[in-house]
Write a protein that binds this ligand. Structure first.
Ligand SMILES: Cc1cc2nc3c(=O)[nH]c(=O)nc-3n(C[C@H](O)[C@H](O)[C@H](O)COP(=O)(O)O)c2cc1C
Length: 219
């Protein structure tokens, strides 16, 4: 039997920062559980969000296929082929980064029909996960009702992939290597450093377990 494949999609423009790092840990967990792994950095691709052409809804066209043709097209096809997918996104203005939103618009909308009977045309049940990284502390995220804001996209993944996604929340991330070089007086670098020292290894371990669980048939 061939190995399962886990695909990570990095929705941060930074290829070596917090989101990418957690995705790497998740992929390492998946690899140690026997999977082949792949990472796509969305911001290296040239693509747009959904242009509302509605070709994917036409009765005379193939469903589940986005008619737009650009660098995202092979990514949308690859999601159908793999055995699990992990979406990693930094939080921008209390939502997913625009690159990740544009990707999800295309992926989810093309697999959705305005049909009472058919909840999804995605070809299989696909374990999935969201990894969110943000400056906000857990308390600030609660205050701004971030969980409620992201709930719809989590529901969408549940509906289109046939099972609810896992989620991992990384709060209070370290944004700069050297805070003294940037105007950043709203943050305490000392508090950030202390948080990172205590929490980051735990979050990396959580990401590792998430990757491993996605392969182990635990969704
Ligand atoms: C344009 C922009 C908007 C941001 N907006 C928010 C925000 O609304 N809430 C928040 O908690 N962090 C916000 N951040 C911080 C990032 O979410 C955080 O630093 C994240 O961990 C960055 O991921 P990366 O290190 O993988 O690039 C913002 C960062 C940028 C660049």
């Amino acid at each position: 039997m061939s190995a399962k494949t886990v695909l990570a999609i990095n929705g941060s423009p930074r290829r070596k920062a917090n989101t990418a790092e957690l995705l790497q840990h998740a992929l390492r967990g998946a690899a140690d559980a026997g999977a082949a792994t792949e990472m796509i950095h969305l911001y290296t691709l040239n693509f747009k969000g959904c242009t509302s052409c509605f070709v994917c809804k036409r009765k005379d066209k193939e469903h589940g296929v986005c008619a737009m043709k650009d660098d995202l097209s092979p990514v949308l096809e690859r999601v159908k082929q793999v055995d699990a997918v992990i979406f990693g996104a930094p939080i921008y203005f209390m939502n997913l980064s625009s690159g990740m939103l544009a990707c999800l618009e295309r992926l989810f909308f093309s697999n959705y029909l305005y049909s009472r009977e058919i909840p999804t045309v995605f070809p299989k049940i696909l374990p999935s996960a969201y990894i969110y990284t943000m400056n906000a502390t857990e308390e600030q995220a609660r205050q701004f009702q971030l969980s409620e804001r992201l709930h719809f996209l989590e529901m969408a993944a549940g509906q289109f992939f046939g099972m609810p996604p896992r989620t991992l929340w990384a709060y209070d991330t370290y944004q700069f290597k050297d805070y003294s070089q940037y105007e950043s007086s709203i943050f305490s670098e000392t508090a950030k450093a202390a948080w990172r020292k205590e929490q980051w290894p735990r979050q990396c371990a959580e990401a590792y377990s998430l990757g491993s669980a996605l392969v182990g048939g635990q969704g």
